[in-house]
Design a protein around this ligand. Structure first.
Ligand code: SF4
Length: 180
């Protein structure tokens, strides 16, 4: 039997909808599971991103200093990265706050709409710092494959995983490989 692919998945600034699309593969998940070891994911209880990952599927854009550190760590430790969904690829819904800036978003959330905030402060401890601008993944690291959609259709995720498992060149029109 061929060696199993070490697979990681993560959502950064996404709504989790693209991860739900992974689960929507339903019984096809059983087929895929024969060929992969899930070494890091919201679906499993791993705390630290591991080394020597073959493939990492990333949902969501980069909105905080923690997201930037995380995507760099993922790139250092992953042979391939798939940007899953429009938030990871373009910023999409996550980047709507770029219209106003992080200061306006914090003010709206923690001051204007807050029922209780007597000191009139934003959280500053144990909370990642918002970036001034939400970024898609490829603006910070090299991304190997892009799977668009909001959410990405589960059939497209299945076809891509199957192609990667079988070591096939990927010629699906909605999937693009960007070289650097
Ligand atoms: S692309 Fe759509 S479904 Fe996926 S994380 Fe973004 S908002 Fe959610």
């Amino acid at each position: 039997m061929q060696k199993k692919i070490r697979l990681a998945t993560i959502w950064l600034d996404g709504c989790s909808g693209c991860h739900m699309s992974i689960l929507d593969m339903d019984e096809k998940l059983i087929e895929i599971a024969q060929y992969v070891d899930v070494v890091y994911s919201p679906y499993v209880d791993a705390k630290e991103f591991p080394q020597d990952v073959d493939l990492t599927i990333v949902e969501g854009a980069l909105s905080t200093d923690h997201d930037i550190a995380m995507i760099k760590k993922i790139r250092e430790n992953s042979k391939l990265i798939i940007a899953l969904g429009d938030c990871a690829i373009t910023g999409n819904v996550s980047a709507m706050k770029n219209l106003y800036g992080s200061e306006a978003v914090l003010k709206k959330g923690y001051l204007d709409l807050a029922d209780l905030n007597e000191k009139g402060e934003y959280p500053s401890k144990m909370v990642p710092k918002l970036l001034d601008k939400v970024l898609p993944l490829h603006e910070v690291v090299h991304v190997d494959y892009f799977l668009p959609g909001c959410p990405t259709p589960s059939d497209a995720i299945y076809e891509m995983l199957k192609a990667l498992i079988e070591g096939r060149e990927i010629h699906i029109h909605s999937i693009t490989r960007f070289g650097k």
